[in-house]
Design a binder for this molecule. Structure first.
Ligand code: PGA
Length: 262
């Protein structure tokens, strides 16, 4: 794992946006895996700015989002489709038909999940998967004790996740209990992952992910088995890392080193 530690959250988000844009510029037909959440709002704001600054084109890019709430209308203000259109897709020249988000409703979630997984495979798999991390160590909505080999499926959200996302809804009752999420196995099949975390509330989960045992109790720890993962952290999110000075030695100020150091 490449662990890059920056002084501020702003720097992390600018660097993450830069890395995403580089992928689009290098490979115009990139297949990107995208994430939602508070952290990504600033990443996308920066990505929109950088896209315009560099006159970059998203015309041939395909995207697959990690997850969507289950049981709310897709055009609800709290859906991840609404979030993605609002924070990113409406501001760049991506083809909306090439932006995929799991459905939020339907008769048969198992079939919808299988179809989503097949669509990812049909696109040739994910080239670069953007990830956040929950305070409980989830990636996507793969809550603790998710199968580390899981594929896209319906998951029951933990109370901690519902509490964390309460701010996006008017009342607690409105916070969905389920989500369709790509699995940990789906994430592991991506070519490369970029995980972004900022703030001290993420410090314990970040430590468990990078330095803890590989365990379903911290789903993000599965990334220890992925061949190419970059983790971008601010100093607060890096607070609990035992080998922090080693990561800073390898990548001073979050700079990528000449050696691959995966
Ligand atoms: P956050 O969510 O960016 O809102 O903290 C991250 C996540 O739960 O994956």
């Amino acid at each position: 794992m490449k662990v890059l530690i920056y002084k501020t959250a702003e720097e992390v988000k600018a660097q993450a946006a830069r890395r995403l844009l580089m992928s689009v510029q290098r490979t115009p037909q990139s297949v990107l895996g995208l994430a939602t959440g508070g952290t990504m709002e600033d990443v996308y704001a920066e990505l929109v700015k950088q896209t315009h600054r560099h006159a970059a084109s998203w015309a041939q890019v395909t995207t697959f989002n990690l997850d969507e709430y289950w049981g709310i209308p897709i055009d609800s203000p709290a859906s991840y489709r609404t979030y993605m259109n609002h924070h990113l897709f409406n501001h760049i020249n991506v083809d909306l038909d090439a932006t995929h988000i799991p459905p939020s409703e339907g008769e048969n979630p198992d079939l919808a999940a299988a179809q989503y997984e097949a669509r990812i495979s049909g696109a040739g798999g994910i080239d670069l998967q953007l990830l956040g991390i929950g305070v409980n160590g989830h990636i996507g909505f793969n809550e603790p004790t998710s199968s580390l080999a899981s594929k896209t499926r319906l998951k029951t959200l933990t109370q901690s996740t519902r509490d964390a996302n309460r701010r996006f809804f008017d009342t607690m009752e409105q916070v969905p209990r389920y989500a369709l999420t790509v699995g940990i196995g789906t994430i592991m099949a991506s070519e490369e992952c970029l995980l972004v975390a900022t703030g001290s509330s993420k410090a314990p989960a970040v430590q468990a992910m990078i330095e803890g045992p590989l365990a379903a109790s911290c789903p993000a720890s599965a990334l220890q088995m992925h061949q190419k993962v970059t983790v971008m952290l601010d100093e607060d999110a890096a607070r609990d890392l035992e080998l922090r000075s080693y990561y800073q030695l390898v990548h001073p100020d979050g700079q990528e080193s000449a050696v691959s150091d995966g």
